[in-house]
Write a protein that binds this ligand. Structure first.
Ligand code: SAH
Ligand code: SF4
Length: 347
């Protein structure tokens, strides 16, 4: 028998069923998951409390996945960008971002992206394939391995953002299994309060999952009108603002949480006082905050980022109207680690 089943591809309930099929009780699945997600075990041989018989069964059937670290880039601000190679030689990027009160990891959900936003390097390079659950969750596990952070004292990853390469709602099955598994156990658990999923606004998927969507929601809005948004994000032709914002209102009602709207500041495109006023009107009635993002340029891009002066002015107008607004300056700029521009340097 070959050990060809990736155990990280299953959530707890699925694993309990698999174990049940071969006559193993529920608590065995719980034990194994604890070794994997709380202790960071990469080999079944190290699981000292499950018995030799079970170790043999697991070894004969399953493996615990890790990608290969091809390259790491460290920024002067402490941000570390990991280039990870998958079994089929495709590569993805994961970024570790240390801050004063928290440490965030930004993970990818797909190889490439099919959404094709005009300002985005990942979109420009096109779509290759979905990541499976083990390829998603192992981005967090391998960064923990690398940082040697598997003990309680050293558990340094506090937040997760699904803002790397790809559109998570186009791969929601696998993304949600991965996020569920990161909440296993006590010592290394990352609670849903500290997990944010960012989407370009795939309305039918969002509507379908919204009831059970306990994560923080970030929407890549980037424009105050359909006309502008469709121009920079063609997906808006399929799922226009009205539909998207109605779904946001449902999220507000169900979860009583603020939605973060990401708004990329593009010179002469969406950054004037008029645009700010249109945005205020658009977001009326939605519990939200707005994150103004500085454009990261990349080779071949067609936009210019707004000046800091303009961004600050825009921010002031929003805040004055009562919409909390902050300016996000990307970390790790010197190593091109900004979300939305991953994967460019290595092409
Ligand atoms: N596909 C999802 C998540 C990944 S993109 C989404 O679009 O939300 C993560 C964030 O980076 C998005 O808000 C995206 O709009 C932004 N982004 C893309 N290209 C960028 C660039 N060149 N500069 C700054 N932010 C960018
Ligand atoms: Fe895809 Fe997000 Fe980039 Fe748009 S911004 S192309 S959805 S990764």
């Amino acid at each position: 028998m070959s050990n060809n089943i990736g155990i990280l591809n299953y959530n707890k309930n699925q694993l309990i069923k698999l174990f049940n099929n071969i006559g193993l009780p529920k608590f065995r699945a719980t034990q194994v998951l604890d070794w994997i997600y709380n202790i960071g075990c990469k080999s079944f041989h190290d699981m000292t409390n499950i018995g030799k018989e079970l170790i043999d069964i697991l070894n004969n059937n399953y493996y615990i996945y890790r990608p290969t670290i091809v390259k790491t880039d460290k920024s002067i601000d402490g941000t570390i960008k990991f280039l990870l190679q998958l079994k089929d030689n495709n590569t993805i990027e994961t970024v570790f971002i240390p801050e004063t009160n928290r440490n965030t990891i930004c993970i990818s959900s797909q190889v490439g992206c099919a959404v094709g936003c005009k300002f985005c390097n990942t979109g420009y390079n096109g779509f290759k394939r979905n990541l499976n659950a083990e390829e998603i969750v192992s981005q967090v596990l391998i960064v923990k391995d690398y940082l040697n952070s598997w003990t309680i004292q050293k558990n340094i990853i506090t937040n997760i953002v699904v803002m790397g390469m790809g559109e998570p709602l186009f791969n929601w099955n696998n993304v949600s299994i991965a996020l569920e598994n990161l909440q296993i156990g006590n010592t290394q658990k990352i609670s849903t309060k500290h997990i944010t999923v960012s989407t370009s606004g795939i309305v039918p998927v969002l509507s379908k999952i919204i009831n059970n969507f306990d994560y923080n929601l970030a929407i890549s809005l980037h424009a105050p009108t359909n006309e502008i948004r469709s121009c920079i994000m063609p997906i808006n032709n399929l799922y226009p603002l009205n539909d998207l914002l109605n779904t946001c209102k449902i999220y507000n009602k169900l979860h009583n949480k603020l939605i973060t709207f990401e708004y990329l500041m593009l010179d002469e495109i969406n950054d004037s006082e008029r645009h700010a006023k249109q945005l205020i009107k658009l977001l009326h009635g939605i519990k939200c905050k707005v994150n103004l993002i500085k454009f990261n340029s990349w080779e071949g891009d067609i936009y210019t980022g707004s000046s800091m002066n303009k961004i600050e002015q825009f921010c002031k107008i929003l805040n004055k109207s009562g919409i909390t607004s902050t300016i996000r300056c990307s970390k790790g700029q010197d190593i091109m680690a900004a979300c939305g521009q991953l994967q460019s340097q290595n092409k």
